[in-house]
Design a protein around this ligand. Structure first.
Ligand SMILES: Nc1ncnc2c1ncn2[C@@H]1O[C@H](COP(=O)(O)OP(=O)(O)OP(=O)(O)O)[C@@H](O)[C@H]1O
Length: 591
């Protein structure tokens, strides 16, 4: 339903909206204008053809062919040369304008996309966003390089053709115009009908591509669950559906083609019939009739081409609407350069005052209820509690991925909302449970903590994170490529890289999501030791699963169903006979 509405809107406001994309072409508008002039010249040159050929026939008819053939032949050759030169320039200019425009559109879309708030990504699928950047922009490429030029060429051919026809014989022109526009209107209506189907096929193909992408991204899970059959079935359903719609669209397309053939050839026959009748009365000569028929063919061809172009323009409008939807989403206030010296350095004091929160996608389910706590600079705070209690949500709010629905979060006594997002986040570092490594080298992955860091600083961070020892054992050392998502490294090694990243960042607040899966004891010792060094002298908020972490914490916040149900140190909480903490600690937090 929602999609239907969007399609209908394309016709009315689509063009005006899409013109906003003109902004990206603006720097090249003069180049584009020259391209348009070239287009005008090459189209006009092609219009001279039928006229010159008609002249040639008339000359032959009057027996003056030998005397004049060189003149007409030379003119035809000149027209040919001009047309090819103009066309060459037009294509070159249009392609260059398009490539530059689309590059800046791609850059603007991407830079907008990555600055969108978490809420946006939580509600959308990666495949869908991917296709916005790739296929929607390619649709526009088509529009700028060929469709628009074709459209203008056809319009010039139709208008210029009609003017030239009128000069040759207005009677015959009127007769032709009585037939052809009717066919034109029918063709447009028919084209519009077909467009509906091709859009549907496109959507279904996009859906099936999302399945491929998700399956490949989650191939580990697919295989582990032996769910290949399920994915194959899902893909089959979608592609069969697309094929069915495609076949249906194809049968309409076929009917459309035969309609055009019948209509256009029928019109041609009628024009010849009428022309020959006029020739009998001496109103038109044979050469002129010949060029008249050629012009009519040109015009007919252009009109039928227009229907196809109409469809392509509509498709491009749909694509630009999709893109503009991303551009219309409000971005977070993110600075586009590294924050080296924050204007307002924070000390690491944190306070939550009566914070309540629900995720924007599930407004009726409260996730945090009236959460209040205070953290002094340098404290180690452990968040514990059963799964779904809201621990990760507290961290998300701390990072300001979301804003609380009510209540206040402050850093150093100042409202979190009053800090610039980039500055605030630049003073925090996260060591997540599931470490994400990019497909580059180990050095690049560590440098993600501070892209401007020197090689020495990166090596020092690796050493402090107890990662140096295994990195130096690789023949390529720091330049070792980690596979996609770091599959070539063990869990413990990945964690130490993430720790090195955080060391390099030198944050005031460290956020740590402890791994639930047990590492072997040696690896565990190395990771723990690296973390201990990292936590020293900064505030750390740990989603804790290990008893050793909680024992040492300055403050333990025990969460359950979105509330803080107990708080204090390990000793204090163990004194509560019936406490949730006591119960959890007996399970050793390995939930
Ligand atoms: N992006 C989201 N949109 C909607 N609801 C969410 C989202 N993320 C989490 N939730 C819900 O919020 C609640 C708290 O989730 P949260 O991840 O904070 O719990 P947690 O204590 O960290 O759990 P775990 O220990 O299992 O990671 C859960 O009920 C969860 O379903």
């Amino acid at each position: 339903m929602e999609k239907e509405k969007k399609r209908a809107k394309i016709t009315f406001t689509g063009i005006r909206k899409a013109l906003r994309l003109y902004e990206y072409a603006k720097p090249y508008r003069w180049q584009f204008a020259i391209g348009l002039v070239m287009l005008l010249l090459s189209s006009s040159a092609s219009l001279a053809f039928p006229k010159l050929l008609g002249d040639l026939i008339d000359l032959g008819n009057k027996g003056r062919l030998l005397a004049e053939i060189d003149r007409v032949g030379l003119m035809l050759a000149a027209v040919l040369v001009l047309q090819s030169v103009f066309s060459y320039l037009r294509v070159r200019i249009f392609v260059s304008v398009t490539e530059k425009t689309l590059a800046s559109l791609r850059q603007a879309t991407y830079s907008h996309l990555v600055r969108l708030p978490m809420k946006f990504f939580a509600e959308r699928r990666v495949g869908e966003l991917n296709s916005r950047i790739s296929s929607d922009i390619s649709q526009l490429q088509d529009l700028f390089t060929t469709t628009l030029a074709e459209f203008l060429r056809q319009v010039i051919t139709i208008m210029g053709g009609i003017v030239l026809l009128w000069i040759t014989s207005w009677k015959l022109t009127l007769f032709m115009l009585a037939i052809v526009p009717g066919i034109c209107v029918l063709a447009v209506v028919f084209g519009k009908f077909i467009r509906k189907y091709s859009k549907q096929v496109q959507g279904q193909i996009a859906d099936s591509n999302t399945i491929v992408e998700e399956t490949l991204q989650g191939i580990f899970n697919v295989k582990a669950f032996a769910n290949e059959y399920f994915e194959i079935g899902r893909y089959k359903t979608k592609t069969d559906e697309a094929a069915r719609t495609g076949v249906k669209a194809g049968s309409y397309q076929a009917a459309f083609v035969s309609f055009l053939i019948l209509g256009l050839f029928g019109a041609m026959v009628a024009v010849i019939w009428k022309g020959v009748m006029l020739m009998e009365t001496g109103a038109i000569e044979v050469g002129a009739l010949f060029s008249f028929i050629l012009y009519t063919a040109f015009i007919g061809g252009s009109i039928s081409g227009l229907a196809e172009i109409y469809t392509r323009i509509q498709r491009a409008l749909g694509a630009s609407e999709n893109l503009l939807e991303i551009h219309d989403e409000p971005v977070e206030d993110i600075r586009l350069q590294a924050v080296t010296h924050p204007a307002v350095p924070i000390s690491g004091e944190i306070s939550f005052r009566n914070v309540s929160f629900h995720y924007p996608s599930r407004k009726d389910i409260p996730v945090l209820r009236d959460v209040s706590f205070d953290v002094q600079p340098g404290w180690q705070v452990a968040l514990v509690g059963p799964s779904g209690a809201g621990k990760s949500t507290v961290v998300s709010l701390l990072l300001r991925f979301y804003d609380p629905a009510s209540g206040k979060i402050s850093f150093d006594g100042r409202d979190a909302a009053s800090y610039s997002l980039s500055e605030l986040r630049s003073q925090m570092a996260v060591v997540p449970q599931d470490v994400f490594l990019f497909g580059g080298t180990i050095r690049e992955n560590i440098a993600y903590g501070d892209p401007a860091a020197s090689d020495e600083a990166i090596a020092a961070a690796a050493k402090q994170a107890n990662a140096w020892e295994f990195i130096s054992r690789f023949p390529e050392g720091m330049n070792t490529i980690v596979g996609e998502r770091g599959v070539q490294l063990s869990g413990g090694q990945r964690q130490r890289i993430a720790i090195a990243r955080a060391v390099l960042r030198n944050p005031r607040i460290l956020i740590l999501d402890e791994a639930t899966s047990a590492l072997d004891s040696e690896s565990e010792r190395l990771v723990q030791d690296a973390l201990d060094k990292l936590m020293l002298g900064r505030t750390s908020i740990v989603i804790a699963h290990r008893l050793s972490t909680v024992r040492r914490a300055d403050l333990i916040l025990v969460m359950d169903k979105g509330r803080i149900v107990e708080e204090g140190t390990h000793e204090e909480l163990m004194e509560r006979a019936e406490g949730l903490y006591k119960g959890l600690s007996e399970l050793q937090f390995t939930v």
